[in-house]
Design a protein around this ligand. Sequence first.
Ligand code: ADP
Ligand code: ASP
Ligand code: MG
Length: 406
Amino acid sequence: MKIIVQKFGGSSLTTREKRMQAADKVIAARREGYSCVVVVSAMGRTGDPYATDTLINLAKEAYKDINPRELDLLLNCGEIISAVVLCQVFTSQGFEATVLTGAQAGIITDKSFTEARILKVNPDKIIKNLQENKIVIVTGFQGVTEDGDLTTLGRGGSDTTASALGVALNAEFVEIFTDVDGIKTADPRIVKDAKTLDVITYNEICQLAQQGAKVIHPRAVEIAMQKNIPLRVRSTFEDSPGTLVTNYGESYNTVEICTDRLLTGITHVPNITQLKIFINRSENAKGLELKIFRAMALSNISIDFINVHPDQVIFTVKDDNAEKAIKIIENLGLEVQVLPGCAKVSAVGANMAGVPGVMARIVEALTEENIKILQTADSHTTIWCLVKKEDMEKAVIALHKKFNLS
Ligand code: ADP
Ligand code: ASP
Ligand code: MG
């Protein structure tokens, strides 16, 4: 049995017409002899009736705090609605199709409600249905704990479901269908002439995804990479081949991987707050840095852009966590300067390591646009700049242009 996993994002499933286009992609794969496993997200985006954000807002309307276990039960509904409605499209055309929830599909997770990690997949039920020649539709983003509690895999987690099933079923391909024609050199909503990449390595897309390119979830790439399952990111609404994600040095259908690009792309993450904590060394300041970082970790606050100086500790948190972080610091008796409304803009590229002049070009691009750099950080593959949120789009466009990525 040659298996393909095809995942459709929420934006591909909002209308009857779009669901028909999605179904056509599945039917085309069946004609090519594939047994098809279809993974779906909840329909639509913020404001749409059954979208994940809509369900979250519904739950938090009356009282902001909701138990994560109950929230996960509610969020499971979005993907179930979407799967059943898509199933109808297949059955109305005479195909045998069946819906399995994450739990029914054998996706076992840990107990971290709303951010659960997949522990194992038991695909027996999927295989049985495929052997009966059915199209199997699996609700993305979901799992179940060993105790039978329903979980979700974190925002954007349907991609993770698709990859995990791809690995568990030893699929020939995992296809991620979305509303753009592949992985691009920047978010096309900001850079209109961003280029679609034919091929990209697992490492490159992992970097882009981790730095904010939400076209695919980074965990989905990590899972596929472990077993070398080729991923393809493509449009539900066009026939173009999209972007192939595979290993460095491999080639598929004569598409050779480009090995010499300096930068893969520019990414952005808005809604960040910078915190500057002042340490007065005349007082008993020994171990204060450790206390600060431990307190953040204990409260589950992820921190970024970390700079430790003798009299200052600087880092950023997501806006959502800012209030909590400030309280923790003040409770330690420390003075903190808060800069809300920031954004992280990143230049990502596995081949930039050791190449002189990359930082100079970044600073040049931003200075030419009068964009103030608030902080920077770098690794072998990424240079990050913290800017004001109102400068974010301008910064992405300027960097994209400076590195000739179009
Ligand atoms: P889906 O509902 O299909 O999961 P998402 O909204 O999660 O869709 O991801 C697709 C979106 O990702 C696109 O509409 C695009 O605006 C955005 N995006 C951000 N960065 C990139 C990039 N580098 N390449 C392509 N799309 C990107
Ligand atoms: N519906 C979930 C979300 O909006 C999962 C997904 O779309 O991948 O995050
Ligand atoms: Mg997505």
